[in-house]
Design a protein around this ligand. Structure first.
Ligand SMILES: Cc1cc2nc3c(=O)[nH]c(=O)nc-3n(C[C@H](O)[C@H](O)[C@H](O)COP(=O)(O)OP(=O)(O)OC[C@H]3O[C@@H](n4cnc5c(N)ncnc54)[C@H](O)[C@@H]3O)c2cc1C
Length: 316
């Protein structure tokens, strides 16, 4: 194996969590590699404006991602995009990553930051109006719907809690849910039911999104009667679950039943030398700021681990 392919730390995932870890590790003079499937930047590049990242105003996700990438590279971090991991060996002192193209990378520590994705409805028009009326994040986009009429899809805690939080902005909110009851805590259901801005369309589902530049209406079918109607709306928030990108780690690291990586306060996992950060870990709030925070903690904890490892090797 080419020794150039051995790193002090390898970061898997080049979203805000992974890029931040890359910045801290390489600035700490550790030989660092970020491996990213697809384009570097993660979910940030999907949003046209990030209005809640402290210290920067009027910035697109793409621009913020490029600044983070440039910062990491300036400190000497290697970044490889459009890679596909075949297998990964996390146990033992030396960790190995085997890519589908046959390249093998090894390292003394790993930071897992593969992020995640919102579950989508998979109906006609959904891809066309993502970011043009369709959103999966109330904290990120709620403000864009001030005084607008919106629909929310979902019936769990996120859907009901986010519906209540969106009443700060929206004029009217219609929750569309496929069953005749909700799968949320009773207090969340009560709060939504008692809010004058929130209305309900039960036992129904969206079958299509329509509009021109932006979303204008949705087709709703009543699942009991099969009756369809076109419903005018300025926006749609979809809260039907979240999927961490951890399928490739199944069986190699401790995760909860939803595939989220279990971490300690210092972002360490159940495997020595392996840390995790960002949207793929067990956590409640998934934002750029929280991902960046996790990436910082993981990188500093990994740096400490590597320092202790070097000291041990020297004294042996
Ligand atoms: C449309 C949209 C708008 C948003 N708007 C905002 C906002 O305004 N403000 C805000 O704070 N947050 C916003 N968010 C949330 C924010 O983008 C995420 O919380 C944040 O990007 C998570 O960072 P991360 O680094 O953990 O993961 P991600 O951003 O998901 O990045 C993970 C990276 O890992 C890569 N990856 C995945 N699997 C592998 C693998 N097997 N091997 C190698 N690489 C892999 C992915 O390709 C990706 O590049 C928004 C999210 C979306 C979807």
């Amino acid at each position: 194996m080419n020794n150039n392919n051995h790193y002090d730390a390898i970061v898997i995932g080049g979203g805000p969590a992974g890029l931040t870890a890359g910045i801290y590790l390489s600035r700490g003079r550790l030989k660092t590699l970020i491996l990213n499937e697809g384009t570097v930047g993660g979910q940030m590049v999907l949003t046209h404006e990030i209005a809640n990242y402290p210290g920067v105003e009027n910035i697109s996700g793409y621009q913020l991602a490029n600044i983070m990438k440039k910062q990491a590279k300036t400190f000497g971090c290697d970044i490889k995009s459009n890679i596909n991991i075949d297998t990964i060996e996390l146990n033992g002192a030396v960790k190995s990553i085997f890519l589908e193209d046959g390249t093998v990378y090894t390292s003394d520590s790993i930071i897992l930051a593969p992020g995640g994705r919102s579950r989508t409805l998979g109906v006609k028009g959904e891809d066309d109006f993502k970011g043009k009326g369709i959103s999966y994040c109330a904290t990120c986009d709620g403000d864009f719907f001030t005084d607008k009429n919106i629909v929310i899809v979902g019936g769990g805690n996120s859907a009901l809690e986010e519906a209540v939080s969106l009443t700060k902005y929206a004029r009217n909110i219609t929750i569309i849910h496929q069953f005749d009851h909700f799968q949320a805590f009773e207090h969340a259901v009560e709060e939504a039911r008692n809010h004058p801005k929130i209305h309900f369309v039960m036992e129904s589902a969206i079958t299509a999104f329509h509009g021109d530049e932006n979303l204008k209406s949705v087709d709703i079918v009543n699942l009991k009667t099969d009756h369809s109607q076109n419903f005018k709306t300025d926006g749609a928030f979809i809260f039907i679950g979240y999927l961490p990108n951890t399928e490739f780690l199944k069986g190699s690291i401790e995760m909860n039943p939803w595939g989220e990586i279990i971490v300690n306060a210092d972002m360490s996992t159940n495997i020595q030398g392996v840390y995790a950060a960002g949207d793929s870990i067990v956590k409640k709030f998934r934002q750029v700021t929280t991902a960046v925070g996790d990436g910082t903690v993981a990188a500093l904890a990994a740096s400490n681990y590597l320092q202790e490892l070097r000291l041990k090797t020297k004294t042996q």
